[in-house]
Ligand binder design. Structure first.
Ligand code: HEM
Length: 385
Protein backbone atom coordinates (compact mmCIF):
# COMPACT_ATOMS: atom_id res chain seq x y z
CA UNK A 1 0.00 0.00 0.00
CA UNK A 2 1.37 3.43 -1.00
CA UNK A 3 2.10 6.00 1.68
CA UNK A 4 1.59 9.51 0.31
CA UNK A 5 3.78 12.32 1.57
CA UNK A 6 1.32 15.03 2.59
CA UNK A 7 3.78 17.06 4.63
CA UNK A 8 6.87 17.60 2.46
CA UNK A 9 8.08 20.66 0.55
CA UNK A 10 7.19 19.17 -2.84
CA UNK A 11 3.61 18.55 -1.71
CA UNK A 12 3.11 22.11 -0.46
CA UNK A 13 4.73 23.58 -3.56
CA UNK A 14 2.37 21.65 -5.85
CA UNK A 15 -0.05 19.13 -4.29
CA UNK A 16 -1.86 18.37 -7.55
CA UNK A 17 0.40 15.53 -8.81
CA UNK A 18 -0.06 13.79 -5.43
CA UNK A 19 -3.83 14.25 -5.60
CA UNK A 20 -3.81 12.75 -9.10
CA UNK A 21 -1.97 9.66 -7.83
CA UNK A 22 -4.35 9.39 -4.89
CA UNK A 23 -7.35 9.47 -7.25
CA UNK A 24 -5.93 6.64 -9.37
CA UNK A 25 -4.15 4.52 -6.77
CA UNK A 26 -6.11 4.97 -3.52
CA UNK A 27 -9.16 7.22 -3.86
CA UNK A 28 -9.98 6.61 -0.19
CA UNK A 29 -6.60 6.80 1.54
CA UNK A 30 -6.12 6.20 5.24
CA UNK A 31 -3.12 8.22 6.42
CA UNK A 32 -1.41 6.31 9.22
CA UNK A 33 0.23 9.43 10.70
CA UNK A 34 -2.88 11.60 11.06
CA UNK A 35 -5.53 8.85 11.21
CA UNK A 36 -7.48 10.81 8.58
CA UNK A 37 -9.20 9.29 5.55
CA UNK A 38 -8.53 11.34 2.42
CA UNK A 39 -11.22 11.21 -0.29
CA UNK A 40 -9.96 12.56 -3.61
CA UNK A 41 -12.35 11.74 -6.48
CA UNK A 42 -15.04 14.16 -7.70
CA UNK A 43 -17.81 11.55 -7.53
CA UNK A 44 -16.97 10.44 -3.98
CA UNK A 45 -16.72 14.01 -2.68
CA UNK A 46 -20.07 14.83 -4.32
CA UNK A 47 -21.70 11.71 -2.82
CA UNK A 48 -20.38 12.48 0.66
CA UNK A 49 -21.59 16.10 0.55
CA UNK A 50 -25.04 14.92 -0.50
CA UNK A 51 -25.29 12.76 2.68
CA UNK A 52 -24.82 15.08 5.70
CA UNK A 53 -26.55 12.44 7.85
CA UNK A 54 -23.78 9.91 7.11
CA UNK A 55 -20.92 12.38 6.68
CA UNK A 56 -21.63 14.61 9.65
CA UNK A 57 -20.20 18.03 10.45
CA UNK A 58 -21.12 17.77 14.12
CA UNK A 59 -17.55 16.91 15.17
CA UNK A 60 -16.31 20.01 13.31
CA UNK A 61 -15.32 20.61 9.69
CA UNK A 62 -11.63 21.33 10.31
CA UNK A 63 -9.12 18.47 10.27
CA UNK A 64 -8.53 19.16 13.93
CA UNK A 65 -11.31 21.21 15.47
CA UNK A 66 -11.67 23.22 18.65
CA UNK A 67 -14.13 22.62 21.50
CA UNK A 68 -14.59 26.40 21.49
CA UNK A 69 -16.24 26.08 18.05
CA UNK A 70 -17.75 22.63 17.70
CA UNK A 71 -21.54 22.49 18.07
CA UNK A 72 -21.95 26.27 17.81
CA UNK A 73 -20.79 27.36 14.35
CA UNK A 74 -22.53 26.70 11.04
CA UNK A 75 -19.66 24.52 9.88
CA UNK A 76 -19.85 22.28 12.95
CA UNK A 77 -23.54 21.41 13.23
CA UNK A 78 -25.87 19.31 11.10
CA UNK A 79 -29.34 20.00 9.71
CA UNK A 80 -31.99 20.76 10.90
CA UNK A 81 -30.38 23.08 13.53
CA UNK A 82 -27.77 24.11 10.95
CA UNK A 83 -30.41 25.29 8.49
CA UNK A 84 -32.27 27.22 11.20
CA UNK A 85 -29.08 29.06 12.25
CA UNK A 86 -27.97 29.65 8.67
CA UNK A 87 -31.27 31.38 7.81
CA UNK A 88 -30.49 33.91 10.57
CA UNK A 89 -26.79 34.47 9.86
CA UNK A 90 -27.23 34.81 6.10
CA UNK A 91 -29.15 38.07 6.67
CA UNK A 92 -25.78 39.68 7.37
CA UNK A 93 -24.21 38.81 4.02
CA UNK A 94 -26.89 39.81 1.52
CA UNK A 95 -25.70 41.42 -1.76
CA UNK A 96 -27.02 44.80 -0.58
CA UNK A 97 -24.85 44.66 2.55
CA UNK A 98 -21.80 43.64 0.57
CA UNK A 99 -22.33 46.55 -1.83
CA UNK A 100 -21.99 48.86 1.18
CA UNK A 101 -18.42 47.74 1.83
CA UNK A 102 -17.19 47.89 -1.80
CA UNK A 103 -16.51 51.66 -1.92
CA UNK A 104 -14.24 51.28 1.14
CA UNK A 105 -12.38 48.38 -0.52
CA UNK A 106 -11.76 50.34 -3.71
CA UNK A 107 -10.68 53.49 -1.88
CA UNK A 108 -8.35 51.54 0.44
CA UNK A 109 -6.84 49.64 -2.50
CA UNK A 110 -6.20 52.91 -4.36
CA UNK A 111 -4.61 54.41 -1.24
CA UNK A 112 -2.34 51.41 -0.76
CA UNK A 113 -1.30 51.28 -4.41
CA UNK A 114 -0.45 55.00 -4.31
CA UNK A 115 1.74 54.55 -1.22
CA UNK A 116 3.46 51.50 -2.74
CA UNK A 117 3.89 52.90 -6.25
CA UNK A 118 7.26 54.67 -5.82
CA UNK A 119 8.80 51.30 -4.83
CA UNK A 120 7.05 49.41 -7.62
CA UNK A 121 7.24 46.28 -5.53
CA UNK A 122 5.44 44.89 -2.51
CA UNK A 123 4.36 41.76 -0.71
CA UNK A 124 0.91 41.00 -2.06
CA UNK A 125 -0.03 39.16 1.14
CA UNK A 126 0.97 41.64 3.85
CA UNK A 127 0.69 44.90 1.88
CA UNK A 128 -2.54 44.33 0.00
CA UNK A 129 -4.50 41.11 0.47
CA UNK A 130 -4.57 40.72 4.23
CA UNK A 131 -5.13 44.34 5.33
CA UNK A 132 -7.69 44.96 2.59
CA UNK A 133 -9.78 41.87 3.15
CA UNK A 134 -9.48 41.91 6.91
CA UNK A 135 -10.59 45.53 6.92
CA UNK A 136 -13.54 44.69 4.67
CA UNK A 137 -14.72 41.76 6.80
CA UNK A 138 -14.18 43.74 10.02
CA UNK A 139 -16.49 46.39 8.55
CA UNK A 140 -19.12 43.83 7.54
CA UNK A 141 -19.05 42.45 11.06
CA UNK A 142 -19.08 45.86 12.69
CA UNK A 143 -15.84 45.60 14.71
CA UNK A 144 -14.47 48.76 16.27
CA UNK A 145 -11.00 49.83 14.99
CA UNK A 146 -9.20 48.49 18.10
CA UNK A 147 -10.79 45.06 17.93
CA UNK A 148 -10.27 44.93 14.16
CA UNK A 149 -6.56 45.63 14.65
CA UNK A 150 -6.19 43.01 17.42
CA UNK A 151 -8.11 40.43 15.40
CA UNK A 152 -5.95 41.16 12.40
CA UNK A 153 -2.76 40.61 14.42
CA UNK A 154 -4.10 37.29 15.67
CA UNK A 155 -5.09 36.19 12.21
CA UNK A 156 -1.49 36.42 11.09
CA UNK A 157 -0.90 33.34 13.20
CA UNK A 158 -3.64 31.41 11.39
CA UNK A 159 -2.62 28.26 9.53
CA UNK A 160 1.00 28.61 10.55
CA UNK A 161 1.03 24.86 11.06
CA UNK A 162 2.25 25.22 14.67
CA UNK A 163 0.96 21.72 15.42
CA UNK A 164 1.75 20.21 12.02
CA UNK A 165 -0.02 20.51 8.66
CA UNK A 166 -3.20 18.83 9.94
CA UNK A 167 -3.19 20.67 13.29
CA UNK A 168 -5.58 23.33 14.58
CA UNK A 169 -5.93 26.43 12.40
CA UNK A 170 -5.16 28.69 15.38
CA UNK A 171 -3.57 27.80 18.71
CA UNK A 172 -6.17 27.33 21.44
CA UNK A 173 -4.81 30.28 23.50
CA UNK A 174 -5.14 32.64 20.54
CA UNK A 175 -8.63 31.34 19.90
CA UNK A 176 -9.58 32.13 23.50
CA UNK A 177 -8.29 35.69 22.98
CA UNK A 178 -10.49 36.13 19.87
CA UNK A 179 -13.50 34.83 21.78
CA UNK A 180 -12.86 37.24 24.68
CA UNK A 181 -12.51 40.09 22.20
CA UNK A 182 -15.75 39.23 20.40
CA UNK A 183 -17.58 38.75 23.71
CA UNK A 184 -16.54 42.30 24.69
CA UNK A 185 -17.70 43.56 21.31
CA UNK A 186 -21.03 41.81 21.77
CA UNK A 187 -21.63 43.67 25.05
CA UNK A 188 -20.68 46.97 23.39
CA UNK A 189 -22.87 46.32 20.35
CA UNK A 190 -25.95 45.66 22.45
CA UNK A 191 -25.88 49.38 23.25
CA UNK A 192 -24.41 50.70 20.00
CA UNK A 193 -26.42 49.09 17.20
CA UNK A 194 -25.47 49.76 13.61
CA UNK A 195 -26.01 48.22 10.19
CA UNK A 196 -23.69 45.21 10.40
CA UNK A 197 -23.64 41.46 11.08
CA UNK A 198 -23.26 41.88 14.86
CA UNK A 199 -26.31 44.16 15.03
CA UNK A 200 -28.35 41.86 12.80
CA UNK A 201 -27.72 38.88 15.05
CA UNK A 202 -28.42 40.91 18.23
CA UNK A 203 -31.67 42.20 16.72
CA UNK A 204 -32.67 38.67 15.66
CA UNK A 205 -31.99 37.43 19.19
CA UNK A 206 -34.02 40.29 20.71
CA UNK A 207 -36.88 39.42 18.34
CA UNK A 208 -36.93 35.86 19.73
CA UNK A 209 -34.70 33.96 17.28
CA UNK A 210 -33.20 30.89 18.97
CA UNK A 211 -29.63 32.13 19.04
CA UNK A 212 -27.42 32.07 22.12
CA UNK A 213 -24.64 34.55 22.92
CA UNK A 214 -22.09 31.71 22.55
CA UNK A 215 -23.45 30.99 19.05
CA UNK A 216 -23.23 34.67 18.04
CA UNK A 217 -19.62 34.86 19.21
CA UNK A 218 -18.55 31.52 17.67
CA UNK A 219 -20.11 32.34 14.31
CA UNK A 220 -18.63 35.84 14.27
CA UNK A 221 -15.29 34.18 14.90
CA UNK A 222 -15.82 31.87 11.91
CA UNK A 223 -16.67 34.72 9.58
CA UNK A 224 -13.76 36.75 10.87
CA UNK A 225 -11.06 34.08 10.93
CA UNK A 226 -12.17 31.42 8.44
CA UNK A 227 -13.56 34.04 6.05
CA UNK A 228 -10.27 35.90 6.18
CA UNK A 229 -8.09 32.83 5.87
CA UNK A 230 -9.94 31.71 2.77
CA UNK A 231 -10.32 34.97 0.89
CA UNK A 232 -7.03 36.43 2.17
CA UNK A 233 -5.12 33.45 0.82
CA UNK A 234 -7.16 33.22 -2.34
CA UNK A 235 -6.36 36.66 -3.78
CA UNK A 236 -2.61 35.80 -3.98
CA UNK A 237 -3.51 32.40 -5.52
CA UNK A 238 -5.62 34.19 -8.13
CA UNK A 239 -2.84 36.65 -9.01
CA UNK A 240 -0.35 33.77 -9.12
CA UNK A 241 -2.62 31.80 -11.51
CA UNK A 242 -2.85 34.83 -13.83
CA UNK A 243 0.91 35.36 -13.67
CA UNK A 244 1.48 31.69 -14.61
CA UNK A 245 -0.79 32.21 -17.65
CA UNK A 246 0.23 35.53 -19.22
CA UNK A 247 -1.95 35.03 -22.31
CA UNK A 248 -5.06 34.76 -20.13
CA UNK A 249 -3.98 37.65 -17.94
CA UNK A 250 -3.71 39.82 -21.07
CA UNK A 251 -7.19 38.81 -22.13
CA UNK A 252 -8.65 39.80 -18.74
CA UNK A 253 -6.77 43.11 -18.84
CA UNK A 254 -8.10 43.84 -22.33
CA UNK A 255 -11.64 42.81 -21.47
CA UNK A 256 -12.67 43.40 -17.83
CA UNK A 257 -15.92 41.49 -18.46
CA UNK A 258 -13.71 38.36 -18.15
CA UNK A 259 -12.87 39.15 -14.51
CA UNK A 260 -15.70 36.98 -13.13
CA UNK A 261 -14.66 34.02 -15.29
CA UNK A 262 -11.04 34.39 -14.13
CA UNK A 263 -12.10 34.38 -10.46
CA UNK A 264 -14.32 31.31 -10.90
CA UNK A 265 -11.68 29.36 -12.81
CA UNK A 266 -9.00 30.21 -10.23
CA UNK A 267 -11.28 28.99 -7.42
CA UNK A 268 -11.64 25.70 -9.27
CA UNK A 269 -8.01 25.43 -10.34
CA UNK A 270 -6.20 26.49 -7.16
CA UNK A 271 -8.58 27.05 -4.28
CA UNK A 272 -7.37 28.36 -0.93
CA UNK A 273 -9.60 25.85 0.90
CA UNK A 274 -8.15 22.51 -0.18
CA UNK A 275 -10.25 20.26 2.03
CA UNK A 276 -12.82 20.13 4.82
CA UNK A 277 -13.59 17.35 7.29
CA UNK A 278 -16.61 15.24 8.13
CA UNK A 279 -17.14 12.31 10.52
CA UNK A 280 -18.90 9.09 9.55
CA UNK A 281 -21.97 8.39 11.67
CA UNK A 282 -22.27 4.72 10.57
CA UNK A 283 -20.19 2.08 8.77
CA UNK A 284 -19.94 2.90 5.07
CA UNK A 285 -17.88 2.34 1.94
CA UNK A 286 -15.97 4.77 -0.24
CA UNK A 287 -14.40 3.70 -3.54
CA UNK A 288 -14.89 0.06 -2.50
CA UNK A 289 -13.14 0.49 0.84
CA UNK A 290 -14.98 -0.16 4.11
CA UNK A 291 -14.91 2.90 6.41
CA UNK A 292 -15.75 2.53 10.11
CA UNK A 293 -18.15 4.78 12.01
CA UNK A 294 -16.41 7.70 13.77
CA UNK A 295 -13.79 7.99 11.01
CA UNK A 296 -12.52 11.50 10.31
CA UNK A 297 -12.79 12.09 6.58
CA UNK A 298 -10.89 14.80 4.71
CA UNK A 299 -12.86 15.65 1.58
CA UNK A 300 -10.24 16.92 -0.87
CA UNK A 301 -12.22 19.57 -2.74
CA UNK A 302 -9.06 20.74 -4.52
CA UNK A 303 -8.42 17.24 -5.88
CA UNK A 304 -12.04 16.75 -6.97
CA UNK A 305 -11.75 20.06 -8.86
CA UNK A 306 -8.92 18.56 -10.92
CA UNK A 307 -10.60 15.19 -11.54
CA UNK A 308 -10.45 14.68 -15.29
CA UNK A 309 -13.21 12.04 -15.16
CA UNK A 310 -15.63 14.83 -14.18
CA UNK A 311 -14.05 17.98 -15.67
CA UNK A 312 -12.44 17.87 -19.13
CA UNK A 313 -8.74 18.77 -19.22
CA UNK A 314 -9.00 19.63 -15.54
CA UNK A 315 -5.32 20.54 -15.01
CA UNK A 316 -5.58 23.32 -17.57
CA UNK A 317 -6.32 26.84 -16.29
CA UNK A 318 -8.82 28.15 -18.80
CA UNK A 319 -10.92 31.23 -18.17
CA UNK A 320 -13.10 30.40 -21.20
CA UNK A 321 -14.05 27.00 -19.78
CA UNK A 322 -17.64 27.95 -18.93
CA UNK A 323 -19.65 26.54 -16.04
CA UNK A 324 -18.43 23.30 -14.47
CA UNK A 325 -19.38 21.68 -11.19
CA UNK A 326 -16.55 22.36 -8.76
CA UNK A 327 -16.20 22.39 -4.97
CA UNK A 328 -14.25 25.62 -4.52
CA UNK A 329 -17.12 26.83 -2.33
CA UNK A 330 -18.20 23.35 -1.20
CA UNK A 331 -21.64 21.92 -1.93
CA UNK A 332 -24.80 20.88 -0.05
CA UNK A 333 -26.08 22.43 3.19
CA UNK A 334 -22.66 23.81 4.12
CA UNK A 335 -21.94 25.53 0.80
CA UNK A 336 -19.95 28.70 1.50
CA UNK A 337 -22.05 31.40 3.11
CA UNK A 338 -19.63 34.03 1.87
CA UNK A 339 -19.47 32.94 -1.79
CA UNK A 340 -21.32 35.90 -3.27
CA UNK A 341 -19.53 38.33 -0.92
CA UNK A 342 -16.25 36.80 -2.06
CA UNK A 343 -17.09 37.11 -5.75
CA UNK A 344 -18.17 40.76 -5.35
CA UNK A 345 -15.12 41.76 -3.28
CA UNK A 346 -12.67 40.03 -5.61
CA UNK A 347 -14.34 41.50 -8.70
CA UNK A 348 -13.89 45.02 -7.30
CA UNK A 349 -10.27 44.32 -6.32
CA UNK A 350 -9.11 42.45 -9.42
CA UNK A 351 -10.40 45.05 -11.88
CA UNK A 352 -8.51 47.86 -10.13
CA UNK A 353 -5.44 45.80 -9.27
CA UNK A 354 -4.82 44.70 -12.86
CA UNK A 355 -5.08 48.29 -14.05
CA UNK A 356 -2.70 49.47 -11.30
CA UNK A 357 -0.10 46.69 -11.56
CA UNK A 358 -0.29 46.00 -15.30
CA UNK A 359 2.26 43.40 -16.40
CA UNK A 360 3.36 42.60 -12.88
CA UNK A 361 6.02 40.01 -12.18
CA UNK A 362 6.30 37.61 -9.22
CA UNK A 363 9.54 36.76 -7.46
CA UNK A 364 8.75 33.06 -6.97
CA UNK A 365 12.23 32.36 -5.62
CA UNK A 366 11.51 34.33 -2.43
CA UNK A 367 7.79 33.55 -2.17
CA UNK A 368 6.84 31.48 0.86
CA UNK A 369 4.04 28.92 0.95
CA UNK A 370 1.58 28.19 3.76
CA UNK A 371 2.22 24.64 4.95
CA UNK A 372 -1.20 23.37 5.97
CA UNK A 373 -3.37 20.65 4.44
CA UNK A 374 -6.54 22.74 4.62
CA UNK A 375 -5.28 26.02 3.29
CA UNK A 376 -3.28 26.70 0.15
CA UNK A 377 -1.78 30.12 -0.20
CA UNK A 378 1.30 32.17 0.45
CA UNK A 379 2.74 33.59 3.63
CA UNK A 380 4.57 35.98 1.38
CA UNK A 381 4.26 36.69 -2.37
CA UNK A 382 6.66 39.41 -3.59
CA UNK A 383 5.43 41.20 -6.72
CA UNK A 384 7.18 43.75 -8.91
CA UNK A 385 5.54 46.08 -11.45
C1 HEM B 1 -12.09 32.58 -1.70
C2 HEM B 1 -12.81 32.70 -0.60
C3 HEM B 1 -13.55 31.57 0.05
C4 HEM B 1 -13.50 30.22 -0.20
C5 HEM B 1 -12.64 29.48 -1.23
C6 HEM B 1 -14.44 29.60 0.73
C7 HEM B 1 -14.69 28.24 0.77
C8 HEM B 1 -15.63 27.65 1.59
C9 HEM B 1 -15.96 26.26 1.57
C10 HEM B 1 -15.34 25.21 0.65
C11 HEM B 1 -16.92 26.04 2.51
C12 HEM B 1 -17.60 24.71 2.84
C13 HEM B 1 -17.09 24.15 4.13
C14 HEM B 1 -17.52 22.70 4.37
O1 HEM B 1 -17.79 21.99 3.40
O2 HEM B 1 -17.58 22.28 5.53
C15 HEM B 1 -17.19 27.31 3.14
C16 HEM B 1 -18.10 27.52 4.16
C17 HEM B 1 -18.28 28.73 4.79
N1 HEM B 1 -17.76 29.93 4.42
FE1 HEM B 1 -16.46 30.26 2.90
N2 HEM B 1 -15.01 30.55 1.50
C18 HEM B 1 -14.52 31.77 1.13
C19 HEM B 1 -14.83 33.01 1.66
C20 HEM B 1 -15.68 33.22 2.71
C21 HEM B 1 -15.97 34.50 3.29
C22 HEM B 1 -15.40 35.84 2.81
C23 HEM B 1 -16.83 34.28 4.32
C24 HEM B 1 -17.47 35.28 5.25
C25 HEM B 1 -18.18 36.31 4.83
C26 HEM B 1 -17.09 32.86 4.38
C27 HEM B 1 -17.90 32.25 5.30
C28 HEM B 1 -18.19 30.90 5.32
C29 HEM B 1 -19.04 30.27 6.31
C30 HEM B 1 -19.74 30.97 7.48
C31 HEM B 1 -19.10 28.91 5.98
C32 HEM B 1 -19.89 27.81 6.72
C33 HEM B 1 -21.23 27.64 6.04
C34 HEM B 1 -22.06 26.49 6.59
O3 HEM B 1 -21.50 25.55 7.17
O4 HEM B 1 -23.29 26.56 6.44
N3 HEM B 1 -16.39 32.23 3.39
N4 HEM B 1 -16.39 28.28 2.56
Amino acid sequence: MTVFDLAGDAFFEDPYPTYRRMRTEQPAYHCPKTNLWFVSRHRDVADALARPDLFSSSAGNALSDSPLRVGKTLGSIDPPRHDELRRIIIRGVTPVRIELVLPWIRAELARRVEVLSPRRQCDLVTDISRPLLFGALGRMLGLGPDSARKASELSERLFRGHAGPAGPALAEDDRAVVIALLTEELARRRVERDDDLFSILIAAQAAGAPLSDAEIVANMMTVLLAGNASIGHFLPNLMHALWCHPDQRSRVMADPSLVDAAIEEAIRWDTSTQCFARMTSAPTEIAGLPIPPGARIALLYASANRDETAIADADRFDITRGKVRHFGFGFGPHICLGASATRSMLRAILRDLLVALGDFDIDVATAERVRHLMVRGFKSLPIIW
